[in-house]
Design a protein around this ligand. Structure first.
Ligand code: GLC
Length: 651
């Protein structure tokens, strides 16, 4: 075979080696836009118990607003002002399948009352739970279990196991108290339930990304309804026509968060209805679109199917269309030369200015994972062939790009140190014209001889050498990193424990931006001061991603050790959102307490460490065809073939 360029190999591979499905016209669903989802939740003239009135009758009603027809995932629906989910006297409530194209679309299941026993536990808003929630809200004493508060920072049970059990019990109680109901169905968890905080900001909303660990915890516990509801309701929000100063983003965007508001019902003073109000970033600080939301949604959808065994959700026409809309948005052609997704600053967990605009690793890892998950779930039909081809092309190109150009270890660092610059040609080694002077002094000291990591971002003449934890961990989970790279990332975490884990797992990024760099890059953001919040703060929620990564690489002992570190303080500190200082010593300056994803992240870690095989609902194993493609491309990479003449390659 002639010496091939990576691009040429890509074309060959995408046309032959990789699995094919078929093409569809994705435009059909795209014309609908929903402006609100409503549910009648209370009618004071109806004297039946609330549970009977509400749960018997929740249903989606499209007729009110859908001018163009029925919303069935197939039919064109013209843009509408609002979509209602009114609690009416429907006799039964059931899910809809791909075959179900009736005018009403039901969410939930057979009416079963607000307290649905699952695994012997009630997940509904029972009186006890509301009382518990209230008690939790008003306790300042740290550990609260079954209504029994402990003194601040102290734990009654002296035995370690007993202490840990109490922490877990408390976490479950808090997680259940954070559940948000819509039309009396659990549909998500509130971001934070901090009674001490006077400014709620948007922490009273259900964030898509924050719900992922909650959803996984519920799945692992066998409580599937909340996840199913979350997936289906957020899917409906996907079509909302979001505008910002008269401009709308591409369809397929999932909101960053949503809120359930109870409002008076039009024309009926005695009744109220629930309205789902999404925020696509138009109300968020910086007005940034949450690129990660749709990617997380796909990842959760696959996890739901794998864990519950219920594939009917992913097979639904509207869900299939939702997946395709997200993919279409991500795979749309633009001006890009790179296979990585080009996004603005703040488009993911770090949702304000932190200098991550461009091609941040976190988004690329989630993108890769979502592409693999979607490929598994997309129904094989002629109509999807083009989309699948585009998806496969992207998978190959993306993994090559990240593995080759984002990877850094001692060897690579030395190579960059000796880079020639201003190379103009196809066989340039320093493809992005990186000037060796860019290597930061901290990195020279920091880089261990064993270990490495994927850098935060790559742009022309710019490598962001900061270590971003989520991006690295999810690269392991999704197999975006090679097995060797994955082990090396974990080696690095072990070698640099004092910097990355220290007194609270895990640093969101390392190191912090300081001084002039902080001023220029964050815009002097007082919330992102050095070693605080997104700027080198420690986020307990990252424990769950660390755990999945460690289990995948068969090194659970690293996660176990990190969980033990967290267990020393997290409950006594009231489950903060993040910690400050280089070692994560202080509860974050502006951190919320009782932050749900800190609680859920801990629970997911515990559940997975107790049952490591369950991690497979999140893991993407290395695809052998992708691995082959990667080795082909590696052998054609000029970096390894310096001096060889570039030969033309005809596809
Ligand atoms: C902060 C975090 C963001 C999170 C939100 C709600 O804004 O940066 O990632 O989703 O809080 O917890």
């Amino acid at each position: 075979m002639a010496m091939a360029t990576s691009e040429a190999i890509l074309r060959v591979l995408s046309g032959s080696l990789l699995p094919r499905l078929h093409h569809s016209d994705l435009s059909s669903k795209n014309s609908n836009s929903l402006h609100a989802i409503k549910a009648n939740v209370n009618n004071t003239s109806d004297k039946r118990p609330v549970s009977m009135r509400l749960l018997k009758s929740c249903r989606r009603v499209y007729a009110l607003q859908c001018r163009g027809g029925v919303f069935d995932g197939k039919t064109d629906v013209s843009r509408v002002e609002s979509i209602g989910c009114k609690c009416q006297k429907a006799e039964s409530v059931s899910g809809v399948t791909a075959e179900d194209h009736n005018e009403t679309w039901f969410i939930g299941r057979e009416a079963s009352g607000p307290s649905v026993p699952v695994n012997g536990t009630s997940i509904g808003p029972s009186t006890e739970e509301f009382e518990m929630g209230e008690q939790l809200k008003h306790e300042n004493g740290g550990l609260v279990t079954n209504g029994e508060p402990a003194a601040t920072g102290t734990i009654k049970d002296t035995s370690d196991t007993g202490r840990v059990n109490l922490i877990e019990d408390e976490a479950w109680n808090l997680l259940r108290a954070s559940i948000v109901y819509y039309c009396n169905n659990p549909i998500g968890t509130i971001a934070a339930n901090d009674p001490s905080s006077s400014s709620i900001l948007n922490y009273d909303q259900v964030f898509i990304r924050d719900f992922i660990p909650s959803g996984i915890a519920f799945l692992l516990k066998g409580e599937y309804d909340i996840v199913r509801n979350f997936i289906l309701y957020t899917l409906q929000l996907q079509s909302w026509e979001k505008t910002m100063d008269c401009h709308s983003p591409g369809q397929g965007l999932m909101p960053a968060s949503f809120k359930v508001r109870t409002v008076p019902l039009d024309g009926d003073d005695s009744a109220t209805e629930d309205v789902l109000d999404p925020d696509f970033g138009e109300a968020a600080i910086g007005r940034v679109a949450p690129v990660d939301s749709g990617l997380w949604w796909i990842i959760l959808l696959r996890a739901y199917g794998k864990c519950s065994g219920d594939l009917s959700v992913q097979e639904r026409v509207d869900v299939q269309t939702g997946i395709k809309m997200i993919l279409k948005l991500c795979l749309a052609d633009g001006f890009d030369m790179f296979p990585t997704l080009l996004v603005t600053d703040g488009s993911c967990m770090i949702d304000r200015r932190m200098g991550i605009h461009g091609h941040p690793l976190e988004i690329q890892a989630l993108f890769y994972s979502a592409l693999l998950c979607a490929r598994e779930m997309l129904a094989p039909e002629d109509a999807s062939a083009d989309l699948i081809r585009a998806l496969n092309n992207r998978l190959v190109a993306l993994s090559f790009h990240i593995r080759e150009y984002y990877w850094i270890d001692m060897r690579k660092l030395n190579e960059i140190y000796r880079y020639q610059t201003e190379e103009y040609s196809f066989d340039a080694v320093n493809k992005f014209n990186i000037y060796p002077d860019q290597i930061p002094s901290w990195l020279v000291e920091f880089m261990p001889s064993k270990g490495g990591y994927l850098i935060g971002n790559l742009q022309p003449a710019h490598m962001d050498f900061r270590i971003f934890s989520l991006g690295n961990l999810w690269s392991i989970v999704s197999s975006l990193a090679t097995p060797d790279q994955s082990h090396a990332i974990l080696d690095l975490i072990e070698a640099k424990w004092a910097q990355l884990v220290a007194d609270m797992p895990l640093k969101i990024c390392y190191p912090a931006l300081e001084g002039q760099e902080w001023r220029i890059i964050t815009g002097s953001d007082p919330k992102n001061t050095p070693w605080s919040y997104h700027n080198g703060g420690s986020w307990p929620t990252l424990l769950w991603q660390l755990t999945v990564a460690c289990i995948k690489m068969d090194r659970p002992e690293i996660a176990l050790k990190a969980v033990e570190v967290a267990e020393r303080r997290i409950s006594g500190d009231k489950w903060p959102e993040y910690y400050d200082t280089k070692r994560g010593k202080f509860i974050g300056k502006q951190a919320r307490l009782y932050q749900t994803w800190s609680i859920a992240g801990y629970l997911v870690s515990k559940l997975l460490l107790a049952n490591p095989s369950a991690a497979k609902i999140l893991v993407n194993e290395e695809d052998s065809e992708l691995a082959n493609a990667f080795s082909f491309m590696i052998s054609g990479n000029p970096r390894r073939k310096r001096g060889q003449k570039r030969r033309s390659f005809i596809v």
